[in-house]
Design a protein around this ligand. Structure first.
Ligand SMILES: CC(C)(COP(=O)(O)OP(=O)(O)OC[C@H]1O[C@@H](n2cnc3c(N)ncnc32)[C@H](O)[C@@H]1OP(=O)(O)O)[C@@H](O)C(=O)NCCC(=O)NCCS
Length: 167
């Protein structure tokens, strides 16, 4: 079952993120890894900044989460994580499909360049990589992340972004 997450899900969201993020440990640049991958304070700040989460619930437990944040004229997919033990069973795909149904603006998603599996995942759902130059511009415009993360990330865009009228 997919449902909107609320304040009561905070701990469970935090657990899902840090369990799923284990895959980053030996994949992303060593200086970008920290433990826990996402601290509670950071998650709290993200939610206060408007990241709303959908959750996938099985037998009463959260097994996957995906966040969405409206920023300026776009929607950003933020923090997409499925428990390690539950990955590649279609949960992320169902969350993404549900999330996109409610979105009426162009959608962008940023991820580590090293997360080739995530790039494949979004590619299956119609997202395409923007050019390196464009991703630097987009990450600076719509995200608040350190320079090092900009350097080591990629951005994918949906069809609405590709088809948008130039400003
Ligand atoms: C990315 C993620 C959210 C996708 O959720 P999911 O439930 O695993 O994805 P689905 O089962 O709906 O889709 C699976 C597809 O995604 C890609 N994929 C997901 N995990 C993969 C992995 N470990 N290895 C290779 N491909 C993977 C593949 O294209 C796969 O299709 P396939 O199984 O036919 O090859 C989840 O795998 C995850 O939490 N990964 C770790 C954290 C992460 O990278 N988050 C993205 C941050 S933006």
């Amino acid at each position: 079952m997919i449902r909107t997450c609320g304040a009561a899900d905070f701990e469970a969201i935090h657990d899902v993120i840090n369990d799923a993020a284990e895959v980053y440990r030996n994949a992303i640049p060593a200086d970008c890894w920290h433990e826990p991958y996402m601290a509670k304070d950071e998650l709290r700040r993200e939610m206060e900044a408007g990241v709303g989460f959908l959750g996938f619930v099985e037998d009463g437990a959260l097994t996957g989460i995906m966040g969405l944040q409206d920023v300026q004229d776009v929607a950003l997919i933020r923090h997409a994580y499925v428990l390690t033990s539950a990955q590649r069973q279609g949960i992320g795909g169902r969350l993404l499909t549900e999330l996109l149904q409610a979105v009426e603006r162009p959608v962008l998603v940023g991820t580590w360049a090293a997360a080739t599996w995530a790039v494949r995942f979004y590619g299956k759902h119609g997202f395409t990589l923007v050019t390196p130059r464009e991703k630097d511009r987009l990450l600076r415009k719509y995200w608040s992340i350190p320079d090092r993360q900009i350097e080591t990330s990629v951005v994918l865009a949906d069809a609405a972004w590709r088809d948008r009228r130039p400003a």
